[in-house]
Design a protein around this ligand. Structure first.
Ligand code: SF4
Length: 351
């Protein structure tokens, strides 16, 4: 066995967003007055960066911690540890008062467009509210013009501003949520399962809109999703999470054509291949995802990994570069290539 020590991922000081060793541990309380009896290790040391105008997708099964990452970045709760740097400024330790002017630079679109919009507010008020809160409009005429331009931006008719949320379809409501996220003129939008609740055709329309907006406005996107088929069509890079950790991070093409982590390989095996007659060989993982209260020792994936060997049960693998820009946390990459099933350059296709 090789004794190679994995080099840590490099810092990306010039990136729009830089996240270093982010942790969010939720305490478990016993009874009404009880003390802490343990923790849910929802996010347990996550690092990544996003460049200006780039889309990074954060993927993984339900409960892997990807949405908790998004909420910690938005400071919907304070992180347990780690650093979040936005455009050179550290924001994880700012007070709510100091965070206020920063908030407008990060928009968010959640999964459910029905519960995200106050049903007692007309669209014009829903869009005017963040513009007012951030003090962006010079006067009421400027406010109206900004609201109208937001409707243009998300391809909705200007005269629809007088309607109520319930008068719109699911896809149109998600467009209104996107318009609200754009109201503060952000640099980054966090899309947390933003298309998961939509019909297939509407999903594609919203993804196309996000891509168009990214080009028009130079936005960066953090696209949190469990749907790899959608991610494959719209992202620049992908970070794969399992039990609170990133296990692989890579450019889209490299990750989809030659995954370097067994968990990524298993996730991809369920994604349909567009070529007629071709299909990836399906890898069905054994068992359930272990509890984040008591994650397995060594590699967290070893209880389900088809390639697990002795070292996996004791040593925790660190992210190491396997190809330019591609990082994976797996001991297989310390083995000679002939013994590493992921050293091959393309995924298995079933005949
Ligand atoms: Fe599987 Fe071992 Fe790699 Fe973990 S370190 S993914 S258990 S081979």
């Amino acid at each position: 066995m090789s004794t190679t020590i994995a080099k840590p991922m490099p810092r990306h000081a010039g990136a729009l967003l830089e996240v270093n060793d982010l942790k969010k541990h939720f305490p478990i309380k016993a009874g009404f007055f009880g003390g802490t009896t343990g923790h849910v290790y929802a996010v347990d040391g996550v690092s990544f960066h996003i460049e200006k105008g780039e889309t990074l997708s954060l993927v993984g099964e339900s409960g892997c911690g990807k949405s908790t990452v998004g909420k910690a970045l938005l400071r919907l709760f304070p992180p347990t540890a780690g650093q979040v740097v936005l455009d050179g400024q550290r924001i994880d330790d700012l007070s709510q008062g100091k965070l206020r002017p920063i908030r407008r630079r990060v928009g968010v679109v959640f999964q459910d467009p029905f519960s995200s919009l106050n049903p007692r507010m007309r669209v014009k008020d829903l869009l005017a509210e963040p513009i007012r809160n951030y003090g962006l409009a010079k006067d009421s005429a400027d406010l109206d013009e900004r609201v109208a331009k937001l409707m243009d931006t998300v391809r909705l008719p200007r005269d629809a501003v007088n309607r109520w949320p319930h008068e719109f379809s699911g896809g149109q409501r998600q467009r209104i949520c996107i318009a609200r996220a754009l109201a503060g003129e952000p640099d980054l939008i966090i899309c947390d399962e933003a298309v998961s609740a939509l019909d297939v055709s509407v999903k594609a329309q919203i993804v196309n809109l996000l891509q168009d907006l990214q080009k028009e406005l130079g936005l960066a996107l953090l696209f949190i999703s469990h749907d790899l088929a959608i991610v494959e069509h719209m992202t620049h890079r992908v970070a794969v999470m399992y039990l609170g950790k990133i296990v692989e991070i890579a450019p889209r093409r490299e990750l989809f054509s030659a995954p370097k982590h067994p968990y990524t390989e298993a996730l991809l095996s369920a994604v349909p291949v567009p070529e007629p007659g071709a299909a990836r060989k399906r890898i069905v993982l054994k068992g359930d995802v272990p509890s984040p209260i008591n994650p397995p020792k060594g590699c967290r994936f070893h209880t389900r990994c088809p390639y697990a060997f002795d070292r996996c049960r004791t040593d925790e693998p660190q992210l190491q570069q396997t190809e330019p820009g591609q990082w994976a946390a797996c001991h297989l990459h310390d083995l000679p290539a002939v013994k590493n099933p992921l050293a091959r350059s393309a995924p298995k296709l079933a005949s």
